[in-house]
Structure formats: structure tokens, C-alpha cells
Design a binder for this molecule. Structure first.
Ligand SMILES: C[S@@+](CC[C@H](N)C(=O)[O-])C[C@H]1O[C@@H](n2cnc3c(N)ncnc32)[C@H](O)[C@@H]1O
Length: 328
């Protein structure tokens, strides 16, 4: 039997040389790898470089970070994985995009390109909402016992961090999550499905007339919570690369004063909430007075208060829906 080269009348070609075997990387000591990675990340301007290095090492080794103390030597392939992760983090790819996970309260949320990475300061926003929902029987006289569970709406839901926290931490909560961005909706639906929690997802723009799926809730909602985009457009040049290059623009920028979407959220919440229901809205630090003034000017809110985050910075405003006042 002749080979193809012979049938075309050409000389048989020499067989291609076998590829060089990839040398097996030498194992390396974890302490030295971590020290080196920390210095690389520090030099690249990454905040908390040691913590980042440890989280990437834990991811590369597929162990919880708390188990790193038990690791002395890192096998070659894991050391290579770690080196590549550190290289990308030094290029300022967000840590959570490298690991694919963002921790938020009791949740591990899937995140990546196309969705905002939930931030620790939002945990206290969700915490206030959860505490109020759990204690609302004392707060406003409505009984929890025997009722069907509070109705909650998360406007600008992103990955679902707040909505899924409410659904997981408030017994019986009936949670709705509203998001406009198609890419973010993919992550939101993925996290809702993975959690197995009962969160109804609405594709809607909070700045325009809401769809019937939302307006049917008007006057029946116990709590509206939101972490909307709130950075003033002028801050574009000032944000870190992880934010400016990887968080979606729609998640960040709130118009000339940063309050465009906050205003829309306050107006929509006034339509959705029952009298006595609560509004919780995160805002930029430095926007505390403006957020309170905005709710006062709206006229449909009482008990308007601003709250600091764990770092002591103005972070979110809360208000009670007045009994009187137009629902339009
Ligand atoms: C700052 S992120 C917050 C996401 C999530 N709630 C969290 O705390 O991680 C704001 C989210 O609002 C969404 N968004 C922006 N404008 C919106 C609008 N007009 N209607 C609905 N969602 C909007 C963005 O796509 C983004 O997912």
C-alpha cells in the first residue's frame, strides 16, 4: 500500500520531529511564592496585595484559604497556575473575575465579565433591609405570623446579591429582582437558578414606565431595596482599573450628579410600596445629604434617615412610605 506522498509522485517527507517534552516544573515553597506574588501585586498598585495573593494561591491549589497554613510545597503545575493568576491580577483583572466567585453575606455568587462585582459595603444595605423585614411585626404592627411573607423588590439587581440575601435570610420572603442589562440578567438568572431560591426576575428599566409584571405589585410591596449606579459621570477618570475596565458602565455611572437612577428608584418605590413600607437605597459616600433632600422633596416619605457603612461613610438612605401622598 502506497502512502499519499508516493501517489502524487513526490519524495516521501521525513516524519515531523516529536515535540519536545514539556519539562515538569519544579515544586516550589508556598511561603516564597506568596512573598513574591505579594510584592508583584503591590508594585502593580493592587489593594491588599497579601490577601489577594493568598486567595489566588488557594484558588490555584483548590483548597480553602484557611488551609494554606498546612501547605508547604506547591507542585509544579499548581505553581504555574498561580503564576498566571498573579500575572493577570497584576494587569488589574478583578480578583473575582479570576476566581469566578464573589462572596456576599452567606452567598457565593457567580460573577464575571458583564456583571457588577458585589461590594462589601452593600452587605450593610442588605443587612438593614433583612433586619427590618424580620422585625417588622414590632415596627409597624403588621403581623408576620399567618401572613404570606413580606413582598420585597430589589431594583437594579445585578448578580442578585441583595435579592438572594433577602430570599435566603428572611423566612417566607417573596422577592422580585429587577434588572435592565441583558448581560447582567444572564448572571442574575444563573445565580437564582443555582441558589434554588424563589426570586422572580423582571427585565425592566427603572427609569421608564415599568412593565405590567411590576405595576401589578403597586401598593402591595413591603420593602424596596436598591444599589443603583450612582457615580457622577465626572469621576470616570478617577476610578481604579478593576472598576473602569471591568464593571459594566451601566452599573456605575449615574449622570452629571450621580443621582439620575437614584431619583428614578425613589419615584418607582413610592408607587410600589404600601403605606408604611420601607425604602433602602445605597448612594455614593458624600451623597448622604443629597439623598435625604431628594426623598424629602418627593413628599411621599417619612422617617427619612441616612446611615453610614462599616467604614463610617454615608452609604444608604432609608425612608417610610407615607400613608398619604399620590401613588402616581
Ligand atoms: C451598582 S450595580 C448593583 C448590582 C447589585 N444590586 C449589587 O449590589 O451588587 C447596579 C445595577 O443596576 C443596573 N441598572 C442600571 N441602570 C438600570 C436601570 N435603568 N434599570 C434597571 N437596572 C439598571 C445595572 O445593570 C447594574 O446591574
Amino acid at each position: 500500500m502506497t502512502g499519499p506522498a508516493a501517489t502524487r509522485g513526490s519524495r516521501p517527507t521525513a516524519p515531523a520531529p516529536a515535540p519536545e517534552p514539556t519539562p515538569t516544573p519544579a515544586p516550589a515553597g508556598l511561603a516564597a511564592l506568596l512573598a513574591d506574588a505579594t510584592e508583584r501585586l503591590r508594585a502593580a498598585g493592587v489593594d491588599s496585595p497579601r490577601a489577594n495573593a493568598e486567595q489566588l494561591a488557594a484558588f490555584a491549589l483548590d483548597v480553602p484559604r484557611s488551609r494554606l497554613v498546612l501547605v508547604t510545597e506547591v507542585a509544579g503545575p499548581a505553581a504555574e497556575r498561580f503564576a498566571e493568576l498573579v500575572r493577570r491580577r497584576a494587569d488589574r483583572v478583578p480578583l473575582q473575575h479570576l476566581t469566578g466567585v464573589a462572596g456576599f453575606r452567606y452567598l457565593d455568587l457567580a460573577v464575571g465579565p458583564g456583571v457588577f462585582v458585589p461590594r462589601p459595603e452593600t452587605e450593610s444595605v442588605a443587612g438593614w433591609a433583612i433586619d427590618w423585614l424580620r422585625g417588622r411585626a414590632q415596627d409597624d404592627g403588621r403581623g408576620v405570623a399567618g401572613d404570606a411573607g413580606p413582598v420585597c423588590v430589589d431594583l437594579c439587581a445585578g448578580s442578585g446579591a441583595i435579592a438572594l440575601s433577602l430570599a435566603g435570610e428572611v423566612p417566607g420572603a417573596r422577592v422580585h429582582a429587577v434588572e435592565v442589562d441583558a448581560a447582567a440578567l444572564v448572571w442574575l438568572r444563573r445565580n437564582v437558578t443555582a441558589s434554588g431560591r424563589a426570586v422572580e426576575v423582571h427585565e425592566a428599566d427603572v427609569c421608564t414606565e415599568p412593565p405590567a409584571s411590576l405595576t401589578r405589585l403597586a401598593g402591595a410591596v413591603d420593602l424596596v431595596v436598591s444599589n443603583p449606579p450612582y457615580l457622577p459621570d465626572a469621576d470616570r477618570a478617577a476610578v481604579q482599573p478593576e472598576v473602569g475596565e471591568y464593571d459594566p458602565a451601566l452599573a456605575l455611572w449615574g449622570g452629571p450628579d450621580g443621582l439620575d437612577v437614584v431619583r428614578a428608584v425613589v419615584a418607582l418605590a413610592a408607587r410600589l410600596l404600601r403605606p408604611g413600607g420601607r425604602l433602602v437605597v445605597e448612594h455614593a459616600d458624600g451623597h448622604g445629604a443629597a439623598a435625604v433632600a431628594l426623598a424629602r422633596a418627593d413628599g411621599r416619605w417619612r422617617d427619612i434617615r441616612d446611615h453610614p457603612d462599616l467604614a463610617g461613610r454615608d452609604r444608604f438612605v432609608t425612608a417610610r412610605r407615607a400613608v398619604h401622598g399620590s401613588t402616581g
